[in-house]
Design a protein around this ligand. Structure first.
Ligand SMILES: Nc1ncnc2c1ncn2[C@@H]1O[C@H](COP(=O)(O)OP(=O)(O)OP(=O)(O)O)[C@@H](O)[C@H]1O
Length: 226
């Protein structure tokens, strides 16, 4: 279980351009489920997921992961937790130009010291599952927008982390690929993984594998449906 208690996040705190992105959010996220965060642009969805994924710390409040507080951990523990516990699909994908698709997908495994052949086999399996097998050895800059997004999803899945966090993962995908993504999400849920998504996409919000929908507005959670 992931819990947030009274979590606030203020960017540029104490400066004239301070922004309160999250305001006293208290929320429990079940493990082994698929939770979608929805809400208008700027309502704090990305900020909330970046705090849960240990990419940033809350300004105030407490976050726990399976009962253990994470918000106050020193940076080196946070980094390790982030690598082992979370796979990320960023809104801007953040693939590295000049590297092949396969090398990009293998990248998050590099700091973990695993046998590169095992990592490569897993990376190729993820790419195949997302229809990108034939592009594995191409540089990422030749991919289309939708293909880039799928490569980013494959990269997020490569470490077999227990939690997948994806920010608007289907924004550029057509219906067939959105269904393929949802099949992957359903398979991850069946494996007991936790999936956290932000989405404006009604196809995602209404999809069968989704177990909870959290609606946000102005940095607050206004409704949780499960
Ligand atoms: N690094 C930052 N520095 C300053 N302000 C930020 C930063 N990141 C986000 N914000 C602000 O915090 C608020 C919440 O942003 P956030 O990206 O969490 O919203 P969102 O709901 O994910 O939006 P979108 O749907 O457009 O991605 C916004 O007002 C945004 O401008």
């Amino acid at each position: 279980m992931i819990t947030l208690s009274d979590v606030s996040k203020i960017y540029n705190e104490g400066r004239p351009n301070a922004v309160t992105a999250l305001h006293a959010v208290t929320l429990t996220i079940a493990r082994g489920g698929v939770t979608v965060f929805m809400g208008p642009s700027g309502s704090g969805k990305t900020t909330l997921l970046s705090l849960v994924g240990c990419m940033a710390r809350p300004s105030t409040g407490r976050i726990t992961l399976d009962g253990a507080p994470v918000s106050g951990l020193p940076e080196r523990f946070l980094t390790d937790l982030r690598r082992r516990h979370f796979g990320f699909v960023f809104q801007r994908f953040n693939l590295i130009r000049g590297l092949t698709v396969l090398d990009n997908v293998m990248l998050p495994a590099a700091p973990l010291g695993e046998d590169p052949r095992a990592v490569q086999a897993r990376a190729l399996a993820r790419l195949e599952a997302l229809g990108l097998g034939p592009k594995a050895l191409m540089p990422v800059e030749v991919l289309s927008g939708g293909e880039t997004q799928r490569a980013a999803i494959a990269r997020a899945l490569v470490n077999d982390a227990p939690v997948l966090i994806a920010d608007e993962p289907t924004a550029n995908l057509d219906t067939a690929l959105t269904h393929r993504f949802l099949d992957i999400v359903a398979a991850l849920r069946d494996q007991g993984k936790t999936v956290l998504l932000t989405s404006h996409d009604p196809r995602i919000i209404a999809a069968a594998p989704v177990s909870a929908v959290v609606e946000m507005r102005d940095g607050q959670v206004v409704e949780v449906r499960s």
